[in-house]
Design a protein around this ligand. Structure first.
Ligand SMILES: C[S@@+](CC[C@H](N)C(=O)[O-])C[C@H]1O[C@@H](n2cnc3c(N)ncnc32)[C@H](O)[C@@H]1O
Length: 297
């Protein structure tokens, strides 16, 4: 399953937060179902990153229903996953699946419908409690085991044949959930196992947005008849300081997009994600103002 630049359907209010890794903090208490027997891993496991205060706030944010409702109502997103799961049904049927960040359990349930023998649905947010109820109500408790905890911390009884996850954030990597997929892959995926999605591509293109520029910058030129142009440097600094998440139309896009980063989920490493650089040159197809920010999250 390839997710490319056609996937930008997420509404603006979704996933406002990035989740930087590292720093202090730990002691995150997790409820885990009694049905699981915990055992020590015999082999070398990836190092478990600390769960920071920031991570905990991030997981708390995912306990609100709104973000899940928005994701589920995003039909392009959800149906693309369902289609991919059904397309790879032959590799899922009778197999063991790990859903990393199961949320309401939707992908885990799709996998159960595709014939998975067992699905471990893991989420560190309290939404896992609801996911467990959803699983029960759909009579799937014998197949889907919901675990409340970070995928880095939970223990499951067996290696898995398939990992499924919706980890992509703004500008693909902003949510920083990919390291958790890498962790799960290195710890739990059997050699030759399947990862959905397997690849992702990040594209970049300059855009022009005259309306927004007028609203937030030109506004200061005449405020109730007062010349507030002195505010312009600050307005520009503030406008370009932070990444802006907006839905725009094709008319705003000045050039063909260029490929900035390709992620192969089978081989990507955490080191590879520490910095993403790309050389590029654009030649605009339209006339329009384009401002650049030197900072990306
Ligand atoms: C984008 S949501 C996807 C939810 C669901 N899979 C869906 O498609 O609707 C990502 C979920 O992953 C969870 N998550 C992120 N990092 C995690 C981690 N390291 N361990 C467990 N859950 C995690 C979040 O709490 C959130 O519920």
């Amino acid at each position: 399953m390839m997710l490319g630049n056609g996937y930008a359907s997420s509404p603006a209010s979704r996933r406002r937060r990035g989740r930087p890794r590292g720093g202090g903090g730990s002691g995150y208490g997790f409820w885990q179902p009694q049905s699981l027997h915990h055992h020590q891993q015999q082999e070398i496991s990836p190092v478990v990153p600390p769960c920071t205060e920031f991570d905990m706030a991030y997981f708390r944010a995912y306990s609100h229903i709104g973000v899940h409702e928005e994701m589920l109502k995003d039909r392009v997103r959800t149906e693309t996953y369902r289609a991919a799961i059904m397309r790879y049904q032959h590799l899922i049927s009778d197999k063991v699946v790990l859903d990393v960040g199961c949320g309401t359990g939707i992908l885990a349930i799709f996998c159960a419908f595709a014939g998975a023998r067992r699905v471990y649905a893991v989420d560190a947010s309290e939404i896992a409690v609801q996911a467990s109820e959803v699983v029960k109500e759909n009579n799937l408790s014998d197949k889907v085991t919901v675990l409340l905890g970070r995928v880095e911390d939970v223990s499951i009884d067996e290696k898995v044949d398939v990992i499924v996850s919706e980890w992509m954030g703004y500008i693909l990597l902003y949510e920083s959930m990919l390291p958790s997929i890498i962790f799960a892959r290195d710890k739990w995926l059997k050699p030759g196992g399947l990862i959905l999605p397997s690849h992702a591509s990040l594209y970049m293109a300059p855009v022009t947005h005259a309306d927004r520029y007028r609203e937030s910058i030109d506004f200061w030129r005449d405020v109730y008849g007062i010349n507030m142009s002195a505010m312009l440097p600050l307005a520009k600094q503030c406008a370009f300081e932070e990444p802006c998440i907006e839905t725009i139309s094709g008319e705003n896009v000045l050039t063909w997009p260029i490929l900035v980063k390709e992620v192969d989920c089978y081989t990507v490493t955490i080191q590879e994600l520490e910095s993403v650089t790309a050389k590029f040159s654009f030649s605009s197809m339209l006339r329009g103002t384009c401002r650049t920010s030197s900072k990306f999250p």
